[in-house]
Design a protein around this ligand. Structure first.
Ligand code: ZN
Length: 217
């Protein structure tokens, strides 16, 4: 079994976990795994609880991976002691513990969204590293290079655009990497990042998502 998330942007996403003071608890974030236990999204707790209530998802216990449907989770919530009141959502007669991770019962509603091709996202994917000389540069020293030159029919795609420093760019000219004898440090591909959620994160809960996440880079 593998739990896969890609891209260092995910580290930033951990910051989404739970809420900042002043935000309501229901705005907490929940990691969503698909039926194959691959992390596919981050959902607000309200959405996660709805999926749980409707029987579309189960809660994954962050420690032992035990699965809970809504009724079992409600029961488990009643028995949960020693946790901050912020960990719960309250109804007039009961309390429900906020899940940290849920797993979908079917492939409904969530899928890994495509990352938009943009200058900014190419810089993020290539991490300000020239893909030819493998050195790190500041933004202003980098250009976006067409691997197969535009003049030769090269397209604007994730697979054909890479960061190149000005020196490498000049050296390569209108040639392919093979012709210029300038191999790419890695094959450019479209990244699969999860949506960025910009909420601050209390450090205490970092671990619970990390178990489900493997960073590729
Ligand atoms: Zn370079």
């Amino acid at each position: 079994m593998r739990w896969v998330l890609e891209g260092d942007i995910l580290l930033k996403m951990f910051r989404c976990f739970f809420w900042e003071s002043g935000r309501t608890m229901i705005n907490a974030c929940v990691l969503v795994l698909n039926r194959s236990w691959v992390a596919v999204n981050v959902a607000p707790a309200k959405r996660a609880l709805t999926l749980l209530f409707q029987g579309h998802a189960r809660v994954v216990h962050p420690q032992d991976y035990a699965l809970y449907d809504f009724d079992a989770w409600l029961e488990f919530s009643r028995r949960s002691t020693g946790l901050s009141f912020r960990r719960f959502v309250y109804t007039p007669s009961d309390r429900i513990r906020l899940p940290e991770v849920i797993v979908l019962n079917a492939f409904n509603g969530f899928h890994i969204p495509a990352v938009r091709l943009s200058r900014r996202n190419i810089f993020t994917r290539d991490r300000n590293i020239c893909q030819y000389c493998t050195r790190h540069f500041s933004r202003s020293e980098l250009t976006i290079d067409h691997v197969i030159p535009k003049s030769r029919g090269g397209k604007d795609t994730w697979e054909n655009l890479v960061l190149a420093c000005t020196t490498c760019n000049l050296k390569k000219r209108d040639r392919t990497p093979e012709e210029a004898k300038m191999p790419l440090m890695r094959k450019p591909v479209a990244p699969r990042w999860l949506p960025r959620v910009a909420l601050p994160l209390p450090k205490e809960d970092l671990h619970s998502w990390k178990r489900f996440v493997e960073l590729r880079y």
